[in-house]
Design a protein around this ligand. Structure first.
Ligand SMILES: *Cc1c(COP(=O)(O)O)cnc(C)c1O
Length: 409
C-alpha cells in the first residue's frame, strides 16, 4: 500500500484517481502532482526508522508512489555523496562549497532517479511498451530500466544528440530513431505514436512519477545534511523535473515535521546563454516561458527550448527567493577543467554552467562568502568525450626520453 491520495493538476487543480496511468491534465494539458496523506505519513514514519534501511532512494518508501514493493525496478540507485571542495572554495572565497555527485547513479546521470520511479509505476500498471524523446541522458536511463523490467522501449533523438547517448540507448535495448529536428519535434512524434504504437509516453513531466523519483534528491540531501538544508542550491535546468521535485521534497519534509530549522534554500535555476527560456521568463516576470529561438548548447541536458512545466520551475524559484541566471558556453571547458584539476571531480557541462553562474552571483554579492552552497553534478564528464581535448605528446621507444620536454609541457 502507499500513502498516495490522488493526483492533482499543477495548473488548474483538477483531481485524478491514483492507481492508474496518467499523462498530462485532460483539461489544460499541464503536469500532475502526486499527492500524499502527509498526516498519515507523519504518524507512520518516524525519522529514526531510516537508520536501518539500505542506502538507496527506496529508503523513503512512505513518500514514494508505488503500492507494492514487489513492483520496484532497480539497478542499485545508491545514495550519492556530498563532497566538500575546500581547495576550490578557497579560490572562490566560499567557506562551505558542496557538490552532490549524481554521476555515480546507474547509466551515469541523475536521470536514473526519475526513470527508476516512472518504470516502477509503469510496471505496477502492467505497461509493456514505453517511449520518450531525449537530446541526452534520459533515453539511456529509460532504456536500461525498461529492459530491466522486461519492457520494450522506443527513443526519439535529434540528429545532433551526442553519439554516446545514442549508443548507450541502443545498447540498453531501445529502438533508437534519429530525427532531423529538435527535442520538441521528437516529443511530438512520441505523442503521435501513442495510438498506433500503443506505448506509454514517458516524456519529461508528461507523466507524474519522474518528479517523484527526482524528489529523492531533496529527501536525500536533507538527510545527509542532518536535516539542515543549505542556504543556496544551484541546479542546471532543462525540463526542470529535478528543481521542481526537490522543492516538492522540502515542502513534504516540512509537512511531516522533519525540518526543525524551517529554513529552505534559495533555488538558483542555471541555464546556458544559448538556451535560456526559464531565465528569460524569470527576468520578464512571466508565468510561462515562450519558446527559445535557435536553441544551442553543448550541455545537451539543457537544450530544452520549451518546457511544459515552465510555470512550476518559475514558481519554485520565486517562492524560494532564488533566481534564474545564465552563463556563457565559453565557461564550460574552463570549469570542467578547473574542477577536475583542483578537486578531482569530473563534472558534466551542465554543472559547469552552474559554476559560471556561481561565479557571477559571488561577484555581485548575491551569495555571501559565509553561506553554505550546494551545486548539483547531474552527470559524469565521461559522457562528453568530444569536449575533452588532449594536447598531443608522444614518446617513440626508439629514442631516449626527453624528460625536460615532458616536465615542461
Ligand atoms: C536532463 C539533464 C539536466 C536537466 O535536468 P532537468 O531536471 O530536466 O531540468 C541537467 N543535467 C544533465 C546531465 C541532464 O542529463
Amino acid at each position: 500500500m502507499s500513502f498516495v491520495t490522488h493526483l492533482e493538476c499543477a495548473n488548474c487543480g483538477k483531481q485524478f484517481t491514483a492507481g492508474q496511468p496518467h499523462n498530462l491534465c485532460t483539461d489544460c494539458q499541464r503536469p500532475l502532482w502526486v499527492r500524499y496523506d502527509l498526516d498519515a505519513v507523519k504518524s507512520a514514519f518516524p525519522r529514526e526508522r531510516l537508520a536501518k534501511r539500505p542506502a538507496d532512494l527506496w529508503r523513503y518508501r512512505e513518500l514514494l508512489p508505488y503500492a507494492d514493493s514487489a513492483n520496484v525496478v532497480s539497478l542499485g540507485e545508491t545514495m550519492t555523496p556530498i563532497l566538500s571542495t575546500p581547495r576550490l572554495g578557497a579560490e572562490l572565497g566560499l567557506g562551505n562549497l558542496l557538490f552532490k555527485d549524481e554521476s555515480r547513479l546507474p547509466t551515469g546521470s541523475f536521470k536514473a532517479r526519475g526513470m527508476a520511479m516512472a518504470i516502477t509505476m509503469a510496471n505496477e500498471f502492467g505497461i509493456w511498451r514505453v517511449a520518450c524523446p531525449t537530446a541526452g541522458n534520459a533515453g539511456g536511463a529509460m532504456a536500461a530500466y525498461a529492459s530491466r523490467a522486461g519492457m520494450e522501449s522506443y527513443v526519439f533523438m535529434p540528429d545532433d544528440t551526442p553519439v554516446i547517448n545514442m549508443k548507450e540507448t541502443h545498447l540498453a535495448g531501445a529502438t533508437v530513431v534519429q530525427v532531423n529536428g529538435l527535442i520538441n519535434d521528437c516529443g511530438r512524434l512520441v505523442g503521435e505514436g501513442r495510438e498506433p504504437m500503443g506505448w506509454f509516453d514517458l516524456s519529461t513531466l508528461k507523466e507524474p512519477y519522474r518528479i517523484e523519483g527526482k524528489k529523492t534528491m531533496g529527501l536525500e540531501l536533507a538527510e545527509q545534511l542532518d536535516w539542515e538544508l543549505p542556504d543556496v542550491i544551484l541546479y542546471p535546468t532543462g525540463g526542470g523535473t529535478g528543481l521542481v521535485g526537490m522543492w516538492k521534497a522540502f515542502a513534504e519534509l516540512e509537512a511531516i515535521g522533519w525540518l526543525p530549522h524551517g529554513k529552505r534554500p534559495r533555488m538558483i535555476s542555471c541555464q546556458s546563454e544559448g538556451c535560456a527560456p526559464v531565465v528569460s521568463a524569470y527576468a520578464a516576470g512571466e508565468k510561462h516561458a515562450p519558446p527559445f529561438e535557435n536553441a544551442h548548447t553543448v550541455a545537451s541536458g539543457l537544450r530544452v527550448p520549451v518546457a511544459v512545466g515552465d510555470f512550476m520551475i518559475l514558481n519554485a524559484v520565486r517562492e524560494s527567493g532564488g533566481s534564474a541566471v545564465t552563463a556563457p558556453e565559453s565557461c564550460i571547458e574552463e570549469w570542467m577543467t578547473r574542477l577536475a584539476k583542483l578537486e578531482g571531480l569530473a563534472i558534466c557541462p551542465e554543472t559547469a554552467i552552474c559554476m559560471g553562474v556561481l561565479d557571477q552571483l559571488l561577484a555581485k554579492g548575491e551569495i555571501q562568502p559565509s553561506e553554505r552552497v550546494l551545486v548539483f553534478n547531474t552527470g559524469g564528464a565521461m559522457k562528453y568525450p568530444e569536449l575533452i581535448e588532449i594536447p598531443s605528446r608522444h614518446h617513440d621507444l626508439g629514442q631516449a626520453p626527453d624528460w625536460k620536454a615532458i616536465a615542461e609541457s
